[in-house]
Design a protein around this ligand. Structure first.
Ligand code: ATP
Ligand code: MG
Length: 601
């Protein structure tokens, strides 16, 4: 995990002046700015950027920013006082206004270029100049590098206005997408999954932009109208925002022997190590050693990350190399979704394609890892042995991924070791009889497993049925229209599976006993399962009412979701359960913008 726990103490940062004393741009300063950029940062028109790691650019402030929310948990970790979030100067900075900042702050922010590979294939078509030199942060602008809570952080505005990489876009993010990203990041962190973090969310009271969106009640795949939405800025924070695509940009240039590219690639790799891997990779290592250690460390993080995504039911619907953070954490909460009914083909984003579907995310991660390794290759061009080792690290991705997946499924089922037969049977049952993924595993975590009596099995099956999408009118939404299910037969198969699951857990206890180890108690197994199986996840039908109310100026649902979703494993009140721990409402099935979305920006 890259998310280091920092010691929480009384806030020491109560003003922008206090924050100024924590600024430390020393690492970003070691990178190379675009030599063609102007000093004033007034670089807001699409253009080619031929070299350098970043373009200095000033964000464009949103008009009349209004505070919506901040992350109190993260503020505490950073040592920021809660009052700051509504302080005038602080608000101005994190809504894009860098004018009149205290001494120490940079007068410009910075945006970075990157390349794009989709499922391992290199693309340049997305670049308006068809060269790859105009693609990068089109609306993300970093404004702060600072050491806070014993850790170095970068703070980045999303929706902070146009940059040279905006490709004709408006540089803005709408309220809807900003609310989604703001809530999802802190939820993900609370789920124990590495992620960029949320600092603040401000909305403009004067500026709106148009985006394609769905009419009320629309069930079509594509939006049917243009909607004017207020613009907003979320500030996200991470040790760095280096993407696999950014390494690729320099890797591709180095491959083409573009002047300076190899040196810029090496600089970027060393920078990545310092920002993200300094605990694991010593600075004294030779370049080939550093590259190989980095590749292994990233492979470890990426495989764990994706196994964690599957564990909590998260799907990154656009898992391109430019949305894959080289630090191994979750980045870009645009076309994401938390799964409702288990479906290996679940893909929330209509533009995403099946290659980024839920159960194919491990394969997609492997493709991104391939792009990562390819980007590093030019650094090892004269080192055949190191190149061979890099290939080996890349080739072993699938095994490493499989191992993480197996450990994850075992944990979800309360087992120490993966039981392939048991898992395969469960997977088949979940395919035949749609179950709510989150509720199913959470209810399973509460069942007893010491008795194999027919009565108890039947009772437990009844309890588990609260996670099934059959009955209760759900036939109407025809989740799996291909199957004409024989429900009596299905009940029999589920009961059989429950019995096998219990036996598997009990068998492990007997094995442990035989080896002289203390078998895990029922309470321990259950606690382990509850720690692997969240009770609350941030599904789209919970998010939609929150951003809809926010558009009317009511932020209370956002605050409520913040509170519920930052304790996703806790038992909360019966009232909370009734609203947030439930099956997806029937009317949300097939609903445009809720079951699927085509625009995430
Ligand atoms: N409204 C916009 N104006 C300018 N550029 C944009 C806009 N929307 C998206 N982009 C750029 O298009 C590219 C692809 O968009 P994508 O949806 O993956 O990213 P994003 O959600 O903007 O940002 P990120 O990956 O930084 O979270 C990104 O480089 C992004 O900066
Ligand atoms: Mg993106």
């Amino acid at each position: 995990m890259i998310v280091k726990t920092s010691t929480e103490s009384t806030p020491t940062i109560n003003s922008l002046d206090d924050l100024a004393s924590c600024l430390d741009y020393s690492l970003i300063d070691r990178l190379t700015p675009d030599p063609d950029a102007t000093d004033d940062g007034a670089d807001h028109t699409p253009r080619q950027v031929f070299s350098g790691h970043y373009v200095p650019v000033t964000p464009t402030p949103i008009g009349q920013p209004e505070y919506i929310a901040h992350s109190p948990t993260f503020f505490r970790e950073l040592g920021l006082s809660d009052d700051l979030a509504q302080d005038d100067h602080f608000t101005r900075l994190f809504s894009g206004d860098l004018a009149n900042l205290p001494e120490g702050f940079r007068k410009t922010g910075w945006a970075t270029g990157y390349a794009l590979s989709i499922y391992g294939t290199e693309y340049i078509q997305q670049c308006p100049f068809q060269t790859g030199n105009g693609y990068g942060d089109g609306r993300a602008v970093s404004v702060v590098e600072a050491v806070l809570g014993n850790q170095r952080w970068e703070m980045q505005l999303k929706g902070g206005g146009r940059t040279p990489y905006c490709r004709g876009g408006d540089g803005r993010a709408v309220l809807r997408s900003s609310v989604r990203e703001f809530l999802a990041q802190e939820h993900m962190h609370a789920l124990g999954v590495p992620t960029s973090r949320s600092l603040t969310l401000y909305v403009s009271k004067t500026d709106a932009v148009k985006r394609p969106w769905y009419s009320e009640g629309s069930r079509s795949m594509d939006p049917d109208r243009m909607v004017a939405e207020p613009v907003a800025i979320t500030t996200r924070v991470a040790p760095s925002f280096i993407r696999v695509g950014q390494l690729e940009l320099f890797g591709r240039r180095a491959r083409k022997r573009q002047p300076n590219a190899l040196a810029e690639l090496e600089q970027l790799v060393r920078h990545l190590i310092q920002r993200e891997y300094s605990d694991e990779i010593q600075t004294e290592l030779s370049l080939p050693e550093s590259v190989l250690t980095l590749a292994k460390a990233f492979r470890g993080r990426l495989t764990q990350l994706v196994a964690n995504w599957i564990r909590v039911g998260y799907c990154q619907g656009n898992f391109n190399s430019d949305n894959c953070a080289a630090g191994g954490y979750t980045l870009d909460y645009g076309p994401f979704g938390f799964i409702d009914a288990f479906n290996p083909h679940y893909q929330p984003w209509t533009g995403g394609g099946q290659h980024f579907a839920f159960m194919n995310q491990p394969v997609a991660a492997g493709k991104n890892f391939g792009s990562f390794c390819r980007a590093l290759q030019p650094l090892l061009a004269d080192e055949p042995e190191a190149l061979r080792q890099l290939h080996e690290i890349e080739r072993d991705f699938d095994n490493a991924m499989q191992a993480e997946m197996e450990a994850m499924w075992a944990a979800k089922l309360g087992l120490s070791l993966f039981d392939i037969e048991l898992f395969r049977r469960l997977e088949m049952l979940m395919l035949l009889m749609p179950v709510d993924y989150t509720r199913f595993f959470r209810i399973l975590s509460e069942l007893s497993f010491t008795s194999l009596s027919a009565e108890e099995l039947a009772q437990d099956l009844n309890t588990l049925k609260a996670s099934f999408y059959n009955g209760k009118g759900y036939e109407a939404v025809a989740l799996h229209p291909r199957y004409n299910l024989d429900y009596a037969e299905m009940e029999h198969r589920w009961t059989e599976w429950l019995s096998q699951w219990r036996q598997a857990i009990m068998r492990e206890a007997v094995e442990a006993d035989k080896c002289g180890e203390t078998p895990r108690s029922e309470a321990q197994v259950r606690a382990g399962m509850k720690a692997a199986n969240p009770k609350y996840t941030l599904r789209e039908w919970l998010l939609a009412p929150a951003y809809q109310a926010a558009a009317q100026g009511d932020y209370s649902l956002i605050h409520e979701l913040q509170s519920v979703m930052t304790q996703p494993y806790a038992e909360q009140s019966a009232e909370i359960d009734e609203r947030f721990y439930r099956l997806k409402p029937i009317e949300a099935f097939g609903a445009g913008g809720v079951s699927h979305l085509s625009c995430s920006s």
